[in-house]
Design a protein around this ligand. Structure first.
Ligand SMILES: [Mg+2]
Length: 133
């Protein structure tokens, strides 16, 4: 049976990446900094598929391939940093849910103003935090 999202855990994917790295002796080269750089480069390669054109899906296999590169680097980074992806994701997701309370948004209406008002408020709070450093 081939692996799909429905039958594969994140831990299984992390183990695959870990085994791949170990078998090749790449862990000494794949420091968290180097993997984070690779992650950003792969994210840029994903973005290249959308450069110049308004959301064109003319290369779905290429897009999926670049997304896989991003995920591979995320898994590798999580392994290097000993991050439990699900725990980190759930912690972040709970904060995002509080940041954008469902009561403020109605899918039947355009809530762009509210969305951008909240985004702006958080950005200003972020700027204040940066000023204190
Ligand atoms: Mg790539």
């Amino acid at each position: 049976m081939s692996k799909t999202d429905a039958n594969t855990t994140l831990q299984e994917l992390k183990n695959l990446v870990d085994k791949f790295e170990q078998e090749r002796g790449w862990k000494k080269h794949h420091t968290p900094k180097n993997v984070a750089i690779s992650l950003c480069i792969e994210a840029a390669e994903l973005l290249e598929h959308f450069q110049w054109d308004e959301y064109q899906r003319n290369d779905p296999d290429g897009i999926a391939d670049e997304l896989a590169d991003v995920i591979l680097n995320c898994l590798n980074f999580a392994n290097q940093m000993d991050i439990d992806i699900t725990a980190a994701f759930m912690s972040k997701f709970e904060r995002v849910q509080k940041k954008y309370p469902v009561e403020l948004f109605n899918p039947a209406n355009d809530n762009s103003e509210e969305y951008f008002r909240i985004k702006k408020r958080y950005r200003q709070q972020g700027d204040k935090k940066e000023d204190k450093k």
